[in-house]
Design a protein around this ligand. Structure first.
Ligand code: BDR
Ligand code: CA
Length: 307
């Protein structure tokens, strides 16, 4: 089956892993990328998304998205995780092309209308553009095929004890996305933090696929150094964003729970995703368990098949 996927992204090192996976996977047609703040500013995210499209040598349109969250004051970018320019210590990479003139939320709506019941939205950054698309044209809710997000998680967090970064960076947007009349699949920390990559994995990717694997290996060094500060100096990192793409190509690797969801938008628990008691909220799928070895193997073999 060919999945038409639109990735909303804040590249970002694991975002680069996700985009290369999508671009190389034979069952994914990567129809576009939209950009958002989070790991870097939206300005840098847009250039980086174009860098990734040009590295894979595919004509993937990129639309620039929101620069700030819907309501809250922006949190600082995660440059301490992904580097000042988003790809570790790499300086800004040159690009040939440019972003579309159309803003991200309009591009999302247009793609959904031009491909009714075919587009899978895969947001792997804060959900601002997705919420803006819903506000702009609520009819997209019945015309999108699926929304598979990397974000959130039940009873876990990474920026705080309660909150995952993508939800925490725009909790109001995430809550609007969970409140809408569509069905979301959450690939959150419950599963993404189970999938771990080591320096030897990135070295292997560089050997097998010098251009794309080499790019990931170079960018990942900074990411591994950051994770070492969290894990008693052990250099290994979570495969957050690619895991959401693998939930599209290989759903059988995951177990699913269904819950109505909401997001706490203020106070100590701001950014926490939790069960909702609101009877008007639709149930969503939350991925809870994962065959982490199978997911990692799927990622490695897809990137190994690159160049
Ligand atoms: C998420 O936050 C970002 O730092 C990563 O790219 C990923 O999308 C993990 O919490
Ligand atoms: Ca991301």
């Amino acid at each position: 089956m060919l999945h038409k996927v639109l990735i909303d992204t804040d590249p970002g090192i694991d975002d680069a892993m996700a985009v290369f996976y999508a671009a190389l996977h034979p069952e994914i047609d990567l129809v576009g990328m939209t950009t958002v703040f989070g790991n870097v500013t939206t300005e840098i995210a847009t250039r980086n998304a174009i860098v990734l499209a040009e590295r894979v040598g595919q004509n993937i349109p990129v639309a620039k998205g929101a620069a700030v969250p819907l309501v809250q004051t922006p949190n600082p970018v995660s440059d301490f995780v992904h580097g000042t320019e988003g790809f570790g210590t790499m300086p800004p990479q040159p690009i040939q092309g440019r972003a579309l003139d159309e803003p991200a939320h309009e591009f999302i709506c247009r793609m959904i209308h031009e491909n009714p019941n075919e587009i899978i939205l895969c947001p792997v950054g804060p959900l601002t553009n997705i919420a803006l698309a819903l506000r702009h044209d609520p009819s997209i809710a019945s015309k999108v095929k699926d929304i598979v997000i990397m974000g959130g998680g039940l009873d876990c967090g990474n920026v705080t004890e309660y909150a995952e970064a993508n939800i925490w960076n725009d909790p109001h947007a995430a809550d609007e996305v969970f409140a809408a009349d569509w069905s979301v699949t959450v690939a959150g920390l419950n599963v993404t933090s189970q999938v771990v990559c080591y320096p030897s994995d990135f070295e292997h990717l560089e050997q097998a696929s010098p251009v794309l694997g080499g790019f990931l290996n170079e960018a990942a060094q900074f990411y591994l150094d950051f994770y070492a500060t969290l894990h008693e100096q052990k250099r290994c990192c979570h495969m957050h964003d690619p895991t959401a793409l693998i939930a599209i190509t290989d759903p059988a690797y995951f177990s699913v729970a269904t819950h109505a969801l909401e997001v706490i938008v203020e106070g100590e628990r701001i950014g926490q995703m939790k069960h909702s008691e609101n009877p008007d909220r639709k149930e969503h799928k939350v991925l809870m368990k994962v065959d982490s070895e199978a997911v990692k193997k799927q990622f490695m073999s897809t990137i190994e098949g690159g160049f």
